[in-house]
Ligand binder design. Structure first.
Ligand code: AMP
Length: 427
């Protein structure tokens, strides 16, 4: 038999990694609750048509696409937004606005595997639909700030920009949407030369080239410079003002916005306004990113609905936590092993285990038939809090022996008081 491996770009998450990922998922869910986002669960496999409708060539070409047995072309979701947009146009169409929706799960992209870049990875996704106001944009940044803070990461910072500035300049110069998307995509890959070659209009090209060189000492200064630079392109000025409004709201709430990038085109084609990403110094790729997409729901056949959203790369957050050696907050449940002294006491010992589990204690039952000394040695290795030793003599008196594994102390205790003894260490 060959030694089986995971498919290229796919990973097994071993217990410690799975624990870290689950911890982050937990924090994302808590964040959703604190901000009033309701969770939906959508399929991993979606019609190719839905996923490709507005994802942009870049993601389209990296989707895991295949035919199902009914000869339908389907794909593994490369992100959540298309599925959520579908809900917004149908199942959730009549929900009162604003509509706040949260999802978490695995997504799939045929990316070139490297550190922090996988073909199967996890995202938490927040969408806020129905508001075109800067406070809605600010909310997606603030909730990202809350999530990253809750994971214990340090020194993270946000980079923000506004696709509207670039799109409005191009629109005023009659560059059509398809060409705009091609230009933005090249800009996203930092292939500015190629992007500018696609722009025929001299003034437009010069303005965009000039934007690239803009740099202020503070985020606010940069936005002010952008505003001045694009004077003459009215809607681009309005976009810069919108960015300024969002920046004000976010920084006043204490969120670390470090950089404003005048030419910041995030990968996905559907963005129309604010775009942002969050980084830690230890990784050169983003931990999460999002922005405003006011036209997507319309493109999917729904009512025109302004919307803003963010996706967090949970594997990258996990990687950043590992790099910064961020501790997971301590587990609250106590852990015990239950060891019957003799085979005949197994049933009694199992009964005691069930009692403890029902009271919220995590119990590992001795299943290897080990002798007491070996079983205790193993309990020590597993770093449990207590060992419960079920012996004949004590049982006759309705009691067991409890060994505190940290203090190396042991006492005999009535079974009726066992839970209290083990859980009591919480207080
Ligand atoms: P996007 O949906 O492209 O805006 O990505 C949102 C976030 O998902 C990014 O900021 C990353 O943190 C994460 N991400 C994107 N692609 C990958 C990948 N191939 N592997 C791991 N994380 C990824």
């Amino acid at each position: 038999m060959p030694a089986f491996q995971t498919a290229r770009g796919m990973r097994d998450l071993l217990p410690e990694e799975a624990e870290r990922l689950n911890y982050i998922i937990c924090k994302a869910r808590e964040t959703a609750q604190y901000y009033g986002y309701r969770e939906v669960i959508t399929p991993v496999v979606e019609p190719y048509e839905l996923l490709s409708a507005k994802s942009g060539e870049e993601i389209r070409s990296r989707m895991f696409t295949f035919k199902d047995l009914g000869d339908r072309t389907v794909a593994l979701r490369p992100e959540f937004t298309a599925s959520i947009a579908r809900l917004a146009t149908k199942a959730l169409k009549n929900e009162p606005k604003p509509l706040r929706i949260f999802s978490v799960g695995s997504v799939y992209r045929y990316d070139e595997p490297q550190r922090g870049r996988y073909r199967e990875f996890w995202q938490s996704n927040f969408e806020l639909m129905g508001s075109n106001r800067p406070e809605a944009d600010a909310e997606t940044i603030l909730l990202t700030n809350s999530l990253i803070k809750a994971t214990g990461l340090r020194n993270y910072s946000f980079k923000i920009g506004h696709i509207g500035v670039i799109r409005e300049i191009l629109s005023q110069e009659n560059v059509d949407e398809k060409a705009q998307n091609a230009i933005l995509q090249l800009m996203d890959k930092k292939e500015y030369g190629k992007a500018f070659r696609l722009i025929k209009q001299e003034k437009c090209r010069k303005t965009l080239q000039g934007l690239l060189e803009l740099n202020g000492n503070t985020a606010f200064e940069t936005v002010e410079k952008i505003k001045k630079h694009v004077a003459g392109y009215e809607k681009a000025v309005a976009a810069a003002e919108n960015l300024l409004g969002i920046l004000q709201l976010v920084t006043e709430s204490g969120c670390p916005i470090e950089t404003v990038e005048p030419v910041f085109a995030r990968g996905l084609e559907y963005y129309t306004g604010l775009v942002f990403e969050v980084y830690v110094p230890e990784l050169d790729t983003a931990l999460g990113g999002g922005g405003r997409y006011d036209r997507l729901i319309e493109v999917f056949g729904g009512e025109p609905t302004p919307a803003v959203g963010v996706a967090h790369g949970l594997d990258r957050i996990a990687l950043a936590m590992q790099t910064q050696t961020t501790a997971l907050s301590p587990r609250r449940d106590k852990r015990a092993v239950v060891i019957p002294v003799k085979q005949e006491l197994k049933a009694e010992a199992l009964k005691i285990s069930q009692m403890l589990r029902e009271a919220g204690v995590s119990v590992e039952f001795e299943v290897m038939g080990r002798k007491m000394a070996k079983a205790l040695e193993d309990a020590d290795r597993r770093k449990v809090d207590f060992a419960v030793i079920v012996g004949e003599k004590e049982l006759k008196e309705g009691a067991v022996v409890v060994r505190d594994m940290m203090k190396h102390e042991q006492t005999t205790i009535e079974i009726g008081r066992l839970t209290e003894k083990i859980r009591g260490k919480d207080e």
